[in-house]
Design a protein around this ligand. Sequence first.
Ligand SMILES: Cc1ncc(COP(=O)(O)O)c(C=O)c1O
Length: 491
Amino acid sequence: MRYDRILAALLRFVCYLESKLGGSIKKTPRKMNSFSNDEFNFTFLDEGFAAKDIVDQKINEVSSSDDKDAFYVADLGDILKKHLRWYKALPRVSPFYAVKCNDSIAVVKTLATLGAGFDCASKTEIQLVQSVGVPPERIIYANPCKQVSQIKHAANNGVQMMTFDSEVELMKISRAHPKAKLVLRIATDDSKAVCRLSVKFGATLKTSRLLLERAKELNIDVIGVSFHVGSGCTDPETFVQAISDARYVFDMGTEFGFCMHLLDIGGGFPGSEDVKLKFEEITNVINPALDKYFPSDSGVRIIAEPGRYYVASAFTLAVNIIAKKVVIKEQGGSDDEEEQNDKTLMYYVNDGVYGSFNCILYDHAHVKPVLQKRPKPDERYYSCSIWGPTCDGLDRIVERCGLPELQVGDWMLFENMGAYTVAAASTFNGFQRPAIHYVMSRPAWQLMEQIKEQGFQAEVEDQDVTLPLSCAWESGIEHHAASCASASINV
Ligand SMILES: Cc1ncc(COP(=O)(O)O)c(C=O)c1O
């Protein structure tokens, strides 16, 4: 039975339930049911409600107060959908979520419940993931340059898989964690990626040979190869070349007597639809390359380290206009319609590049505001810039965009704000990070619960999507690798 068909059916079933429930109901804000335990709570989306409605509801709640802090609404059901979509598109690849991308506890718990693995870059990330019950076998310490004390932490906590790309790292690991299972990170041609990583990490093919030789001398186990094509990959052929290079290094490792059985294809997958290269366009190229260089019967386990893919689209940020400046133009003469207006507007909002919008600096993000209040059809537009709240001139979110005239107290929304935003936000100038309100639909929650209890056991044909969920699990199918070891945690 093909997992991709099963998962496609499940994904469509959740979407079907959501759309069915959503279609006929008038959307007026009303009380939501919250679910919570000690450290994690979220709001159930009532029938007919989407995350966007919760944004509106939160805004309405503070409409008559001055307390209009920026906030996020994060849809955990969106993460579930991404997980199902992952296995549909890449049935042979187990995802190890890159925690660095968004380390919110609810995100980690959701993915832990779904049976994902985790890519951790540090002791703190390992602690976070283990604190929700993820067993060490589902963790890869995927930072090729680690502090010795943190390698020892991994050793003391059972985390064995870790990456390396230098001789010094090998020597450190041989002393601090002689039982480690090493994964050699190779460099890729990431020249077309939005965020390049191989300028900093990854061994060349020539160096790989030397490193494998040295590992043998030091008597440390090398189990496989990893790479990262760069975050925001724009050319799927980079994956093909990297997979072929990985094969070459696998063969070298085997020559040296290592039992090479793990391929880690890293991250680089898009997390939203507003990109030129869609997720499936990349995976359609990856799958044949995997089949060619690492066929199913090779016995090689294939994992990946997606970060952005899982979280980008789940998070919507709402910011409030706290100040405004009208700049009167001294002279006209431009052909541009917005420029022809006699004024430009500067809006100052309560989150900026030292907070959530650090993604503009670090992740080369281009963000676009969506107005919470829909403009009238004949509304006049002005050339505007949008600035963060700190006293630094660098703190500019949008250099130029067309917007109607807005007032202090109005809201702007930014979609697709889950990746490399909250995780790297500072409190520079004393501005606190926005609160995050988590939501999930009931069908998504039910499916999560089923996956938590039973793993991916469904055998559902494509046409069976309208079956009650319980039926979807009855036919019995072997467990999917990723969900077999689901953590026992309370979500
Ligand atoms: C080692 C490693 N793995 C995975 C990721 C996640 O990449 P992405 O968000 O592009 O999936 C990163 C991002 O920097 C990384 O450095």
